[in-house]
Design a protein around this ligand. Structure first.
Ligand code: SF4
Length: 151
């Protein structure tokens, strides 16, 4: 009887307000994906699979900024279920294009852009994902144009 294989680290990839480009960049790593899948349990990655896994996660990668009340609630639950959380890309790290609203009147934008603004639910601001930490006492955000690590 052989020795039991050690459990593979569980990876979660999560999308918030974004264009999906950062997740697609992960999927573009075609040559490395099979080797990665052999070493990591990709538990939750809706851009790659419709299978919906639940935490806990050893590592969560987060794309996109927090722009709705639902986002704010969800990023807290992702953080709570994750040993490590790393934001990827400008949206998750700095707010992205969505953060332009932080310097304008979001109500005016909503009225001008959408034919039925009453259906659009949004926060007045768009924030990088780490800003919504439930507790920042043990958190560390490393400013970067590419990613930040949030422990
Ligand atoms: S940082 Fe945001 S806009 Fe840029 S590729 Fe990633 S998700 Fe898309």
């Amino acid at each position: 009887m052989g020795a039991r294989e050690p459990a593979r680290p569980r990876l979660g990839v999560f999308k918030f307000a974004s264009c999906d480009g950062c997740q697609l960049t992960l999927l573009d790593c075609e040559d490395e994906l099979l080797a990665l899948a052999a070493r990591v349990d990709v538990t939750h990655f809706l851009e790659a699979s419709s299978a919906v896994g639940t935490g806990p996660y050893d590592l969560s990668l987060v794309e996109g900024s927090v722009t709705t009340a639902e986002d704010a609630e969800r990023i807290r639950s992702v953080r709570a279920a994750s040993r490590r959380l790393v934001t990827i890309g400008a949206c998750a790290t700095a707010g992205g294009v969505q953060a332009l609203r932080n310097f304008a009147d979001v109500e005016e934008f909503r009225e001008v852009v959408y034919a039925r603004p009453e259906y659009v639910e949004t926060l007045a601001t768009s924030t990088p994902s780490p800003r919504t930490s439930p507790s920042t006492s043990n958190s560390r955000a490393v400013p970067s144009t590419a990613a930040s690590c949030w422990r």
